[in-house]
Design a protein around this ligand. Structure first.
Ligand code: HC0
Ligand code: SF4
Length: 575
């Protein structure tokens, strides 16, 4: 340990710690736009490119970047001296001199770290008349918009994509002012191996990386008298949407969210969780089918579209092991346009299904041609993120905090606790086990909570005895962790029966479309806790006990994994 003082406050911290992290231990925030140490995700961006965190170190002539300067014994640091503050302002002014001044119309407006810092530092004019770079905006993908003009070269996206997700889409080229973060060979985003997980968007401090905004499309559908507009909401949205309205992370806003969606004018408010319960009916049956017919194991969950794109690109030899189930929001979409439409006499061609997701990749998934009954009838028409929904609510002038709770519409709004846990890492496999256990043993499962599958560990493993057989289960989140486990399977070093994989650290609660965590991962933990609390509060906690799901199978689908189920609820993967 070393002893030092920061702003005359004495403190003791471990050797090797940066000044910036040391200051945080005594609640002094040194601003930074590039540094990001998300220990739990194994992300550490410490390239000292923005130079906003400069501080004065006694005995040194130059200001030191706090993020990359380690503490030493007897060090005397001033973060708030006139020189340090001036240095910081100069750096921000330089960044602003080469940044578009279109904050008012930027989609990151009021959520931008650069804007917030300029406000905090009281910058009122930009003294440096620099030359502004001009780059083309990349609108090639159906999920992510990349505007290099707003890039401040912090390289967080690069670290996230290369080191945490191991996809390697971005790299910085050039030096100094000329540096720019580009895709490999400067390819349009949709031609790269990008999975659209959106984690780069989640850590971008400015509006350089944003989701494709589809709010206008939703307004248009809502205002078209010829459209019957159905909305469905993902499990993870209800534990994060409140953050957009100043509520504490982890506040459960299911009832308010339903009320807000009705006020926005949706004709029906359904729940992706109904689709999640149906997914479990199919996936548990598929697992049992593979066990009985000597099918290939492990079975991999396939409801995360970024993960699907990742294995299609990177592990084409494993294309036959993921479950063929469509993801829950796709199942809900196709059931809305078939089962529900037939029962209520609505022309499926007039139905628009909008799904609200924590995820950016769902935008790309919904556009996959095989996920629809025919080319003009996709299962899901429009996907908006949690952030886009909170904007719509504000745009409509709805006081979200004051709304009274309302219930989802029936029957596609009914769900069990098993469906809500889909929203956090480990949840899908836990839900599947709750059903598979009862189907395989014929006995009721007393304790439905599988503790070893829970928590934020990157790779979790557990052996779960079911009847005569021990099931070896793994759970991973973050694509880098997924790669580790798949490479072991390829090499024949590991044998599992089932693996859940989610692309985003934390699972869907940490999705790229959620309210920004700004580097505070306690927010993800609070959302996860809320998911488990919602599960405990449900009277039914096993998917196969959902009465509306039982009715769906009796009246419409027939057997799980049967012909009708295959036609509507299953898909295939391509290289
Ligand atoms: Fe998820 Fe889903 S759990 S992927 O993370 O399976 O996005 O929340 O909606 O579809 O249900 C996201 C979340 C979903 C789907 C469900 C699954
Ligand atoms: Fe990489 Fe994910 Fe961003 Fe694509 S969306 S560039 S895969 S971090």
């Amino acid at each position: 340990d070393v002893q030092l003082t920061i702003n005359d406050i004495p403190l003791t911290v471990p050797e090797g710690m940066s000044i910036l992290d040391a200051a945080r231990t005594i609640d002094i925030d040194i601003p930074t736009l590039c540094y990001l140490n998300l220990h739990e995700m194994r992300m550490n961006n410490h390239i000292a490119s923005c130079r906003v965190c400069v501080v004065e170190v006694e005995g040194r002539r130059n200001l030191a970047p706090a993020c990359s300067t380690p503490v030493f014994d007897g060090m005397v640091v001033k973060t708030d001296s006139l020189r340090a503050v001036q240095g910081r302002r100069t750096m921000v002014e330089l960044l602003l001199s080469d940044h578009p001044k279109s904050c008012l119309t930027c989609s990151k407006n009021l959520d931008c770290d650069l804007q917030a810092l300029a406000a905090d530092l009281g910058i009122r004019n930009i003294t440096y008349e620099g030359e502004e770079s001009e780059y083309e905006i990349d609108k090639s993908s159906l999920a992510i918009i990349r505007d290099p003009n707003k890039c401040i070269r912090c390289r967080r996206c690069e670290t996230m994509c290369n080191e945490v997700q191991t996809v390697g889409v971005y790299s910085a080229v050039g030096r100094g002012f000329e540096t720019v973060v580009k895709t490999a060979f400067d390819l349009p985003q949709h031609e790269t191996s990008c999975t659209f997980c959106g984690q780069c968007v989640a850590v971008c401090p400015t509006g350089a990386l944003m989701e494709l905004d589809q709010v206008d499309k939703v307004w248009k559908a809502l205002n078209d008298p010829n459209r019957f507009v159905i909305v469905e909401t993902a499990p993870a949205v209800r534990v994060a949407l409140g953050e957009g309205f100043g509520l504490e992370p982890g506040t459960i806003v299911t009832g308010k969210m339903v009320a807000a969606l009705r006020r926005l004018g949706f004709d029906r408010v359904f729940d992706t969780e109904f689709g999640a319960d149906v997914t479990i009916m199919e996936e548990a049956t598929e697992l049992i089918h593979r066990l009985e017919h000597g099918g290939r194991l492990p079975i991999l969950t396939s409801c995360c579209p970024a993960w699907v794109k990742f294995f299609e690109h990177q592990f084409p030899d494993l294309l036959d092991i993921p479950s063929t189930c469509k993801s829950p929001h796709e199942m809900l979409g196709v059931l809305s346009k078939s089962y529900y439409a037939e029962a209520y006499g609505i022309d499926p061609k007039k139905i628009t299904v909008v799904s609200v997701m924590p995820c950016i990749a769902k935008k790309y998934e919904a556009a996959r041609p095989e996920l629809g009954q025919d080319p003009v009838t996709p299962d899901v028409d429009i996907v908006i993120t949690t952030r886009e929904l909170s904007r719509m609510i504000r745009e409509a002038g709805i006081h979200f905090e004051h709304l009274k709770d309302e219930e989802f519409d029936h029957p596609l709004g009914e769900s069990t606790g098993a469906a809500v846990v889909f929203g956090t890492t480990g949840g899908v496999i836990e839900a599947a086990l709750r059903t598979a256990y009862e189907w395989l043993t014929g006995h009721p499962l007393e304790n439905v909570e599988f503790e070893p599958l829970r928590g934020m560990e990157g790779i979790k493993e557990a052996v779960i005895p079911i009847g005569e057989r021990d099931f070896k289960i793994a759970v991973t989140h973050g694509l880098g962790n997924a790669r580790t486990i798949l490479e072991k399977i390829q090499a024949g070093e590991s044998h599992y029966d089932a693996i859940e994989i989610m692309a985003c650290p934390g699972g869907c609660i940490g999705g790229g479309g959620q309210p920004y965590h700004h580097g505070n991962l306690e927010i993800l933990q609070a959302r996860a806790n809320a998911i488990y609390q919602e599960d405990r509060s449900k009277p039914l906690r096993k998917s196969h006990e959902n009465p509306a799901v039982i009715k769906l199978y009796n009246e419409y689908i027939g057997k799980p994994y049967g012909d009708k189920a295959h036609e509507l609820l299953h898909t295939s993967f391509t290289q």
